[in-house]
Design a protein around this ligand. Structure first.
Ligand SMILES: [Zn+2]
Ligand SMILES: [Zn+2]
Length: 287
C-alpha cells in the first residue's frame, strides 16, 4: 500500500521523464493524494500539475529543489535544498530562478564549445533542442554519441573522459546559491526550507553534520523518509538516525520518493512518503 503523501517528484520541467500531467495522473493511479512537484531549480511544471491535480482531486504542493554551492567545511557538497509551499508568483523567487537558469545556459554552452574545440561534431542548438528546459550533461552526451560514431563505446566513457566534474569539458556554474541563500530565498517566497536526502551526498558528507549545519543556517525541516536503498544512494539504516537528529533539533520531517520516471528506477510514486497525520503536522507549521 503506497503512502498517501509523496513530497518529492520531478517532471520534464527538470530531469524527469514524465510530463507534469503524466506524473499527476500516475500519482492518482497509485493512490497518492498529496503530491509535491519539486523540480530542480524551476517551477515551470507547477501550473500544469495543479490544473491536472484539481481535475483528479489530488493536492499539489508547490515546491522546488535548489542545487547549491559547495561548502566543504560545512559538509555541503552537492547539497539539495527543498522549498515547500513557495509562492510561485514571488518576484524574488522568479528573479533568482531566472538567474540560475541563465547560469546553467552559459555553463552548458561553454561545455559544448569545449567539446567542439576538441574536434567533436556537436552543434549547440541541437543539444538545446533535445531538452524541454535547459539541457543537462546526459543531453550533451547523447548528441555527442550520436554525431560522432566510433569515438565512444558508452555514455559512461563520455562522462569519465569529458563531462564528469574536473574532466576536460566540465565547467562550473557561475551563479549558484549557497545553502544559506537558498534557505533565505525559500522563506522570502513564503515557503518552508527543508534539507533534502542528507544521506545521499557521498562518503565525504557526514549526514548528521549536514543536518546540524542546515539547521544552523535556518532550515526548518529535513527529508527524513527517503528510499536510499532503492535509489542506491546509501542504506536505509540512516532513516532512524536522521529522524533522531530531527527530533533533537526540533526540525520538521518530510519524505518522498524523488520520482524521475526513469525506466530502471526501482521506486514508484508513493513507495516512500508521509502518512496523512505526519503531513498535517508539517503543513500546520507553515500555516
Ligand atoms: Zn536531490
Ligand atoms: Zn529530487
Amino acid at each position: 500500500m503506497p503512502y498517501p503523501v509523496d513530497l518529492h517528484s520531478h517532471t520534464t520541467a527538470s530531469d524527469g521523464l514524465y510530463t507534469p500531467t503524466q506524473v499527476v495522473e500516475r500519482a492518482a493511479q497509485r493512490g497518492v493524494q498529496v503530491l509535491a512537484i519539486s523540480d530542480h531549480d524551476t517551477i515551470d511544471g507547477l501550473a500544469e500539475a495543479q490544473t491536472v491535480g484539481q481535475r483528479l482531486g489530488i493536492e499539489i504542493i508547490p515546491a522546488i529543489e535548489f542545487s547549491t554551492r559547495i561548502e566543504q567545511a560545512k559538509h555541503f557538497i552537492g547539497t539539495h535544498l527543498l522549498g515547500y509551499f513557495i509562492n510561485p508568483t514571488s518576484p524574488i523567487l522568479q528573479e533568482t530562478i531566472a538567474k540560475v537558469k541563465q547560469g546553467r545556459i552559459d555553463q552548458k554552452t561553454k561545455q559544448i564549445e569545449l567539446l567542439q574545440s576538441f574536434g567533436f561534431d556537436i552543434p549547440v542548438a541541437e543539444v538545446f533542442a533535445t531538452a524541454d528546459g535547459v539541457p543537462g550533461r546526459p543531453h550533451i552526451a547523447a548528441i555527442l554519441m550520436e554525431r560522432n560514431p566510433g569515438k565512444f563505446a558508452t555514455i559512461q566513457q563520455i562522462f569519465d573522459e569529458y563531462l564528469a566534474v574536473g574532466k576536460k569539458a566540465h565547467t562550473v556554474r557561475q551563479f549558484v546559491l549557497t545553502v544559506g541563500e537558498a534557505i533565505a530565498l525559500v522563506k522570502q517566497s513564503g515557503g518552508v526550507p527543508v534539507l533534502a536526502h542528507p544521506a545521499a551526498y557521498g562518503s565525504n558528507v557526514d549526514p548528521i553534520v549536514a543536518v546540524q549545519n542546515a539547521h544552523a543556517e535556518g532550515a526548518a525541516g529535513v527529508e527524513v523518509f527517503y528510499p536510499y536503498q532503492l535509489r542506491q544512494r546509501n542504506s536505509d539504516d540512516w532513516i532512524p538516525r536522521i529522524e533522531q537528529v530531527a527530533a533533537e533539533l526540533n526540525l520538521l520531517k518530510t519524505g518522498g520518493t524523488d520520482f524521475h520516471g526513469r525506466p530502471n528506477e526501482k521506486v514508484d510514486l508513493g513507495d516512500m512518503g508521509l502518512t496523512h497525520h505526519q503531513f498535517a503536522t508539517f503543513k500546520q507549521s507553515w500555516q
